[in-house]
Ligand binder design. Structure first.
Ligand code: KG4
Ligand code: ZN
Length: 354
């Protein structure tokens, strides 16, 4: 079974070809075009501009993915179908303009190539990045951490899940991005903060760990962002509004990263314990954060946590499969039935898991 996966929910235009043989899912090609340089210039994503970039990139990216996977099958025309069995596409959540580009392209290709169409929830797609090359075992506690979402989900089987909780306001990635902006760092802020944090002191500033002690699996990051805003304002006033020194930026970054990671790790482990889960998967752009993955790994294997080794396995995709890509969409599609009527598929910007 070979599937073409298309992802265009935000600022990345992505297409990938994956093959499933038995239980093993392998990548034949995985192409991602990003408008990151434009966002760096404008300090974030402008939805209208992101959609325009999607329109420019979608066909070249799909063509490149097909060419890399099947070098002998060029060119791809209506009468020359590529050797794929189905097309999968993200239909939400995301930016409506961006989503529409992928969805309408996928519908058109499904019709002219006469292939089944499999609409995929972007968040479920992130979860299935964990199935590429290797497969975790159910029941699984999934932590989804991206620029738009922070969710804890208990999966008991493919497409059978219980939503445990999510963020009440900003997502973890959004908090990284907004705090980075306060420090004068370019977008996207997560990788920037993470890089500076490696040389900083995580205890330099005492930042809040919002709702860490509440007995639920919810998150809240907007208060943390406000604390960082106040802290930066005070530091700037103290030094007569001269730009923050690199030492301050490193210590602030390390303190911000530690605060976000502490909350994510704490709530994830509490959920794993409560539901007796022995497999945790992490997915989404923030899963590329080294401190998050190393702290989780340390806590589940460290004998001092809960008095014994918890015997929990941790599965995290490689960083290139944590951020948005088409491979995760194709991977999810191996476990989902195609839609009966491709034309009925509609982009849904507010699709959720809850
Ligand atoms: O999953 P993703 O690529 O797009 C969405 O679906 O939102 O996630 C993007 C988010 C951004 O907020 C970015 O700052 C964050 O993931 N991110 C990171 C790291 N790499 C990406 N956050 C912290 N540390 C990183 N290394
Ligand atoms: Zn995403």
């Amino acid at each position: 079974m070979i599937i073409l996966g298309i992802e265009s929910s935000c600022d990345e235009t992505a297409a990938a070809i994956l093959e499933k043989k038995g239980n093993s899912i392998q990548i034949l090609s995985n192409v991602v075009a990003s408008s990151a340089s434009l966002q760096e210039k404008f300090g974030g994503i402008i939805p209208e501009q992101a959609a325009r970039e999607q329109i420019k990139s979608i066909l070249p990216v799909i063509t490149e993915a097909l060419t890399q996977a099947f070098p002998n099958h060029k060119p791809y025309t209506i009468n020359h179908k590529p050797p794929i069995d189905a097309i999968a596409v993200t239909y939400g959540p995301g930016l409506i303009g961006s989503l529409l580009v992928g969805v309408e392209t996928a519908k058109t290709l499904a019709l002219i190539w006469q292939k089944p169409l499999i609409p995929i929830n972007h968040l479920i797609g992130h979860f299935y990045a964990n199935w590429i090359g290797d497969s975790p075992k159910f029941p699984i506690l999934g932590l989804l951490v991206s620029g738009g979402h922070t969710d804890l989900v208990l999966f008991t089987d493919h497409h059978k899940y219980k939503y445990l909780g999510g963020t009440r306001d900003d997502a973890a990635g959004e908090c990284f991005d907004k705090c980075a902006r306060l420090l004068g760092l370019p977008y996207p802020g997560g990788p920037q903060i993470s890089k500076l944090a490696s040389a900083g002191n995580p205890k330099a500033f005492n930042l809040p760990r919002p709702i860490i002690n509440e007995p639920n699996f919810e998150f809240s990051f907007s208060g943390l962002k406000t604390s960082v805003w106040n802290l930066v304002k005070n530091l700037l006033e103290k030094q007569n509004h001269r730009p923050l020194t690199i030492d301050y930026k490193q210590d602030l970054s390390a303190s911000i990263e530690a605060a976000i990671v502490d909350v994510l790790v704490d709530k994830t482990l509490k959920a794993a314990k409560k539901y007796g889960v022995k497999q945790i998967t992490v997915a989404g752009g923030v899963a590329a954060n080294q401190k998050l993955t190393s702290d989780l790994r340390l806590k589940i294997t460290h004998p001092s946590f809960g008095g014994k080794d918890l015997g929990i396995k941790l599965h995290i995709p490689p960083p290139s499969l944590c951020t948005d890509n088409g491979a995760m969409i194709a991977s999810a599609a191996f476990f989902q039935k195609p839609t009966k009527d491709p034309l009925s598929v509609q982009a849904d910007p507010n699709l959720s898991l809850s």
